[in-house]
Design a protein around this ligand. Structure first.
Ligand SMILES: [Zn+2]
Ligand SMILES: [Zn+2]
Length: 334
């Protein structure tokens, strides 16, 4: 089979002909129909996660997978199209039992610890993590739900309807989260640098956009004046976006950080206490979140903004993602 292989930090992925994976026991072989390209893949390729999430090359990346069942299993038939909930935990620890296997000590993610979806076939540890999608659904459009969709859903879960919300960043996760919030009638401001992506946010229903030209903290606070937010969700998470951001939170407000650009923040303790603020990290979501986001997609409440590329064009897609040319999600078709 053909696969795009991560061979070394900083090098383009190498398109090679390799052996099809063999499955045994509970494992399931999927023919890959589409796999989304995530910023996480870029963090791996450029070595930005090498200390926390080591990925040992050679490795096939790609963790946002839609595939086709190649042999009947207990719950699926050959030819069924499935979306992969991509956190395979031990199933017995407290995180797995609570439905958040991404925090399991033994978690395996296809495309990180195991080979992923930038290939013609992928081996999945068990069918428990597969969700069937309708035959008439376009796999290219569905693939981003596997990570961007799940994460977006979790990142805005529980936000009350009378809230004032700011989303920082205009990538795929933020633009899906925006649509989820708007489907619930919540007021949303989107903050970012790229004018084309900000316009897309307006088109998708944002009540207001704020374009950052110099620094996030200054441009954002200059534009909002004395206004405060009940929730700020940061899909970037850099030094620059986090600086002074808590000052824009209203009493009992909550900062949720989703992006993984490795920023640090300094917080004045009394601000936290006197305003009763909360700060949370959001990493992926539960399988239930995935089922819910698929439901919203089927109801037509969200678009995934998929931009298709062939497997051979994956390095071009990486380049386009890095330079901000993709409005939504690049999706690789093997
Ligand atoms: Zn990802
Ligand atoms: Zn576990």
């Amino acid at each position: 089979m053909r696969a795009a292989i991560f061979t070394q930090i900083g090098r383009p992925l190498s398109i090679e002909e390799i052996k099809k994976p063999e499955v045994k026991g509970k494992e399931v072989l999927l023919k890959v129909l589409a796999t989304g390209l995530c910023h996480g893949d870029l963090h791996i390729i450029f070595g930005e996660w090498k200390d926390d999430i080591p990925v040992n090359p050679p490795r096939i990346l790609g963790h946002e997978i839609v595939g086709e069942i190649t042999e009947d299993t207990e719950h699926f038939k050959k030819g069924d199209k499935v979306l992969v909930y991509n956190a395979f935990g031990c199933g017995t620890c407290k995180y797995c039992k609570r439905g958040y296997p991404q925090f399991c000590e033994k978690v395996k993610i296809l495309g990180v610890q195991e080979d992923g979806g930038f290939a013609e076939y992928v081996k999945v540890p068990s069918e428990d993590n597969l969700i069937k999608i309708d035959d008439n659904e376009n796999p290219i459009k569905v693939a981003p739900l596997a990570d961007a969709g799940v994460t977006a859903y979790n990142s805005v879960k529980g936000i009350e309807e009378d809230s004032n919300v700011a989303l920082i960043g205009t990538g795929a996760v933020s633009l899906i989260a925006l649509q989820i919030l708007k489907s619930r009638g919540i007021k949303v401001t989107v903050v970012g640098r790229n004018p084309i992506k900000l316009n897309k946010a307006l088109e998708l229903g944002a009540d207001r956009i704020i374009q950052v030209k110099q620094s996030y903290s200054e441009d954002f606070s200059a534009r909002i004046g004395r206004e405060k937010f009940d929730y700020i969700v940061d899909y970037i998470g850099s030094d620059e976006t986090l600086r002074d951001i808590v000052w824009a939170l209203d009493r009992m407000g909550e900062l949720r950080i989703v992006g993984e650009f490795g920023g640090r923040m300094e917080i004045w303790e009394q601000l936290l206490v006197l305003r009763g603020l909360r700060i949370r990290g959001i990493l992926y979501g539960s399988k239930e979140d995935m089922i819910n986001v698929v439901k919203l997609y089927k109801e037509g409440k969200i678009k995934t903004l998929a931009v298709p590329y062939k497997l051979e064009e994956i390095n071009q897609a990486i380049d386009d993602l890095m330079s901000g040319r993709i409005i939504g999600r690049a999706v690789i078709i093997p």
